[in-house]
Design a binder for this molecule. Structure first.
Ligand code: ZN
Length: 184
């Protein structure tokens, strides 16, 4: 059902996506449907990501929106909490579930600055979140198509609509600026 969700005011953004084919790989163009409010909420996720810098955590932020209202916020707190599961999406999902009083985050959209990892993608499936928008891709651990695709497994009982690349440059730049001095 969520996969057919469309809005007539969508901004159609054409972006190239590398697709593996039998004799190598080639570039295809796909259309992502972003709305003006998508950028607004991704900017909130970026602001949330920047808060992770206050405690020297990798700057990744997530926002969950339900009926136009922010119901979940989270940023990476892995170092702060000494917790390998304290990822932005998991924190935002817990926040949203508490506010809704339900583990099912129906009619919600999750915005996150970096492609979800396998754990977070699993949590998105468990929470039944119908739409996910992420910024930068993560070629090392991304589980929304880069390394594996937990969000598009036909055998699982939930497959969200996924859109990627929104403000990807700004999301990636935040990460690059964080890691640059550490890599010397
Ligand atoms: Zn994660």
């Amino acid at each position: 059902m969520a996969r057919r969700w469309r809005c007539p005011t969508a901004l159609n953004i054409i972006k190239p996506v590398k697709v593996a084919v039998a004799n190598g790989s080639c570039w295809h163009s796909v259309t992502s449907h972003f709305f003006p409010r998508d950028e607004y909420f991704m900017r909130l996720a970026l602001r949330e990501a920047a808060r992770a810098l206050e405690h020297d955590d990798v700057p990744i932020g997530a926002v969950i929106v339900h009926e136009g209202e922010v119901i979940g916020l989270g940023h990476n707190e892995r170092e702060l909490a000494a917790d390998p599961t304290a990822h932005a999406e998991v924190i935002a999902i817990r926040d949203a579930a508490r506010k809704l009083g339900s583990w099912r985050l129906l009619d919600a959209v999750l915005y996150v600055t970096l492609e979800p990892c396998a754990m977070c993608a699993g949590a998105i499936v468990l929470a039944r979140i119908p739409r996910v928008v992420f910024g930068a891709s993560d070629p090392k651990a991304g589980a929304a198509g880069s390394v594996l695709n937990v969000l598009d497994v036909p055998q699982l009982n939930h497959r969200p609509q996924v859109e990627s690349g929104l403000l990807a440059g700004e999301c990636a730049e935040l990460l690059r600026a964080f890691f640059a001095p550490r890599r010397g």
